[in-house]
Design a protein around this ligand. Structure first.
Ligand code: ME8
Length: 512
């Protein structure tokens, strides 16, 4: 059997009951930045996303549109792929839970749990939220009758269901949270999950008889599996569980599973318990980020605050979209989106700090050196050493991405970009040109273009499009995709003699 050799990361699989909004974009972009970052570090990466297509929610959305659930999900699926290409997402696979590669393996997995005695038949009564597809106990409800997530009335339900012996795993889960503090991150979510489990776990229902839009229970065809058990299994069915043992061994366990904080109970309690029951390894980490808020409330389609990614990308471009959310909001905490703050980030960080720098430097190489990167004929002086120090800090700082601290990594990177801007001001190449100090000028412009080369690589996980456009201006033979962190982001590796091209602005003025 091969050993694990692949960095495997996932997003939640989203409900295609409607088109995607920027909340879905947020998780997906963060995961994509990590996937690109790991590739830049030289890892083999497998990045999975997809759609969660079964359950009552989807069946209702389809009925509203006068369609069968299958017609509905087939019709809406391309809109999810549109979001991925709009946002430059580099996923390696996209799973739909209606695919046979998934449904057949869900049946296999659940059969294992049934055969081991971890699933049994019983009757369930309780408060149910259709939008969450979840039961709540009385003291979780708001005002005794509203779902705590959707603030909509819950329904009282009684059903004959199959149950998973979740209670049996409480002790093991508590030991897991204590022994592996990195399993649930950030810490505030681990504490939340831990107290939930500590307060007592009840067995949970894993099947439904009231509708049939789901994966049939193989030993009792009156039932379909509860959509959450079906959905969670995508993380293993998509990578070869039960179908391709080699592929599975090379990827599982997942390195990071990204979720929003709404999903911690499912991913940090049910999911590890299911894996323990099946005798599979647990993911290294489940990371629950915060909510994007609009007007202080969680932004969502059901409270009519959903913003489509295209509304922002059309105006600000994909690079700013990807940069903004990770730079503005501490990953893990809630954050508010505002048009004004996005505009400010575009103008200050992107157009001024980075775009103008590239434009200025390439303009000078064009006018003073005929567009050819000069030889650094004289040795580096104090100004160059100061700049190298600034860039080294930025390069090192970007490793904050390993901890998913995207904000800190980007802040450090922009301190580095500031250092290049200060270097240009201090060395004033226009003065060196006037003075006819050709060697000094050559050293200065070489240093600047070399810095642009490093910056292009460093921004590439977050802004792959801008990075590629900047890289193309530098006229280098090696492709951007061949660059590696940290080996090729060291000063002085730029070959002299490359033909640079100023071309169009990296971040043009925004339309009014
Ligand atoms: O829950 N802020 O799917 P879903 C930040 N199918 N992230 C947000 C957000 C917001 N306002 N709104 C949504 C489901 N998200 C299940 C998951 S996984 C086995 C099954 C993001 O379409 C965030 O990642 O409701 C959240 O966890 C997810 O979308 C919920 O997506």
């Amino acid at each position: 059997m091969p050993a694990k050799d692949t960095y495997y990361l996932t997003t939640p699989i989203y409900y295609p009951n409607d088109i995607p909004h920027i909340g879905h974009g947020y998780t997906t972009v963060a995961a994509d930045v990590l996937a690109r970052w790991r590739r830049l570090r030289g890892d083999r990466v497998h990045f999975l996303t997809g759609t969660d297509e079964h359950g009552e929610n989807i069946a209702r959305a389809a009925a509203k549109r006068g369609m069968t659930p299958q017609e509905h999900v087939d019709e809406i699926n391309p809109r999810w792929h549109d979001m991925l290409s709009l946002l430059d997402i580099s996923n390696d696979d996209f799973i739909r839970t209606t695919e046979t590669r998934h449904t057949a393996r869900v049946q296999d997995f659940m059969q294992v749990l049934y055969d081991r005695g971890d699933i049994y038949l019983d009757t369930y009564r309780g408060a149910y939220c259709v939008f969450c597809e979840a039961y709540y106990v009385a003291d979780e409800l708001v005002d005794g009758r509203l779902c705590p997530v959707h603030r909509r009335p819950v329904e009282q339900r009684e059903q004959e269901n199959y149950f998973f012996r979740l209670s049996h795993y409480a002790e093991q889960l508590l030991r897991l949270y204590d022994a592996e503090p990195s399993f649930v991150q950030p810490a505030v979510r681990r504490n939340e999950v831990r107290s939930f489990v500590e307060s007592g776990l009840q067995d949970v229902s894993v099947s439904r008889v009231s509708f049939d839009w789901g994966v049939p229970v193989p030993w009792d065809d009156k039932h379909v599996f509860y959509v959450w058990f079906d959905a969670l299994l995508n993380y293993v069915t998509a990578i070869g569980y039960g179908s391709d043992p080699d592929a599975f061994q090379r990827r599982w366990p997942a390195d990071v599973q990204f979720i929003g904080k709404d999903l911690i109970r499912f991913h940090c309690v049910y999911w590890p318990a299911m894996l323990l029951a099946a005798g599979l390894a647990l993911p290294e980490q489940v990371y629950a980020h915060g909510f994007l808020l609009v007007g202080g409330e969680k932004m969502s389609k059901s409270n009519a605050t959903g913003i489509r990614p295209a509304e922002l990308v059309d105006h600000f471009g994909v690079d700013c979209y990807r940069y903004y959310f990770l730079r503005e909001i501490s990953f893990g905490q809630d954050g508010s989106f505002s048009w004004e703050s996005m505009e400010a980030r575009y103008t200050t960080d992107l157009a001024n700090d980075l775009g103008n720098l590239a434009n200025r430097v390439l303009h000078m190489v064009g006018s003073y050196c005929g567009g050819t990167v000069p030889e650094p004929a004289v040795a580096a002086g104090d100004a160059e050493s100061a700049l190298a120090g600034g860039l080294a800090a930025a390069i090192e700082g970007l490793a904050a991405f390993d901890r998913l601290d995207f904000k800190k990594g980007l802040e450090d990177l922009w301190v580095g970009i500031g250092a290049v801007n200060r270097y240009v001001e201090a060395r004033a190449p226009w003065k060196l040109h006037k003075q006819g100090a050709a060697d000094e000028l050559g050293r200065c412009l070489y240093t600047c273009v070399d810095a642009l080369r490093i910056i292009a690589v460093l921004i590439s996980p977050v802004m792959p499009d801008a990075a590629a456009r900047l890289w193309a201006k530098l006229g280098l033979d090696e492709p951007l995709s061949a660059q590696r962190y940290p080996a090729t982001v060291q000063p002085g590796l730029l070959p002299a003699g490359a033909k640079v091209e100023r071309g169009e602005l990296l971040f043009p003025k925004l339309a009014e």
